[in-house]
Design a protein around this ligand. Sequence first.
Ligand SMILES: NC(=O)c1ccc[n+]([C@@H]2O[C@H](COP(=O)([O-])OP(=O)(O)OC[C@H]3O[C@@H](n4cnc5c(N)ncnc54)[C@H](O)[C@@H]3O)[C@@H](O)[C@H]2O)c1
Length: 432
Amino acid sequence: MRRDIEAKVSVVGAGYVGLTTAACLAHLGHRVCCADVDVAKVERLNQGKPGIVEEGLSELIQEGLASGRLSFVLGAANAVAASQFVFLCVPTPRRDDGSADVSALEDVAAEISSHLEPGCVVVNKSTVPVGSTLLVERCLGRQDVVVVSNPEFLREGSAVHDCLHPDRVVVGADDQRAAASVGALFAGTGAPLIVTDAATAETIKYASNAFLAMKLSFVNSVSNLCEAVGADVRDVLLGMGYDHRIGFEYLRPGPGWGGSCLPKDTRALVYLASEAGYDFALLREAIASNDSQLQSVVAKVRAAAGGQLAGTTVAAWGLTFKARTDDRRESPAVEVIRCLVSEGAMIRAFDPTVAGVVPDLPGEVELATDAYQACKGSTVLVVLTEWDEFRWLDFAQVRESMASPNVVDARNLLDPAALRRLGFNYKGMGRQ
Ligand SMILES: NC(=O)c1ccc[n+]([C@@H]2O[C@H](COP(=O)([O-])OP(=O)(O)OC[C@H]3O[C@@H](n4cnc5c(N)ncnc54)[C@H](O)[C@@H]3O)[C@@H](O)[C@H]2O)c1
């Protein structure tokens, strides 16, 4: 990886995106100061501890701290002084009406305005509705500062890899020099640079996430179709994926898409399209189809339990919205568990990233210390997150500990033939 001319950069928000961006920019040779409002987080980061599960992040943070190119401070105003570039990576959560809440962005802009160096470039990396670059400009109220849009496409679980090897870097700005200078920060990654106006860059981000959500909803629909007609979804998807126009990425059925991005970004796009006078019916249907996918997993567990869940003990493997991350925001696993609890099931859950109290789970849910313990005395085991380690467990021991050997594999993670040989009743997604 090429090292670039050192730039002075600050990053506001040390979450999944901000922390990864800060650590990677320091690795690319820049001098980076990263700010957050969370005192405990800043202290932990200064000790080299990321506090989130993300492959390779800990090593990059320690490398950055050791080289002196990466530092962490409390409060955005303390980070931005003397910066040539200021990245905004704060949350843009979903409001009740589906729109994106950009108040954190407005607050940060107001907070840093008087601390910015003349000529500095403010880079918005948060996912925001079209028009937000102009909004940040207005909040800053500085004629001598340029604001550009630089949407982020990293995937949690491979955030460092995606940040250092992006498929593309998108920069939206009217000021071509500012756009080129932001692109140059990432020159070491060798990624293609796409320069657009701000509204187009903001739309690229939402359109990309909406497309991925629709692809996932489509695959889940194909999986349901396979069940109805007696086809095997694995082979159907294999046959589809070799077509380069389709590809293999995002071609796995599951309990529905979730996480901190797709649910909020799809709703935000439906909202902003509707505000602009366009009914994005296709996307609305993808969202509705995702909601019913959760219910199809609940129905499978109910059927495996003999038609009703009240008083049934269910073992749940996985709580995060996907494997290789500790993120449970809008996790389908948690949503399925909530539905099962509401029907009276008793849940014993295990996830490799979770220990102690889990505030987002219903109080009735018991947390197991390992996958085997979760299964003790259970009538159904439901696999909700595709953690690889679940595949290699001793299923004879699992069967022994269960009251009835029923498995609902919402991720098609396990080997149906091997489980059936051990006496399990196995139900996967879109296959016999
Ligand atoms: N998580 C992803 O996979 C991903 C991918 C692409 C884009 N995005 C977008 O990036 C943005 C950030 O997402 P995230 O997942 O990193 O969020 P996050 O919740 O993990 O992190 C946000 C951080 O910002 C901090 N913060 C909030 N207000 C602040 C302020 N005034 N000053 C300093 N710090 C402040 C919070 O304490 C938190 O640590 C969102 O708009 C999101 O949609 C996220």
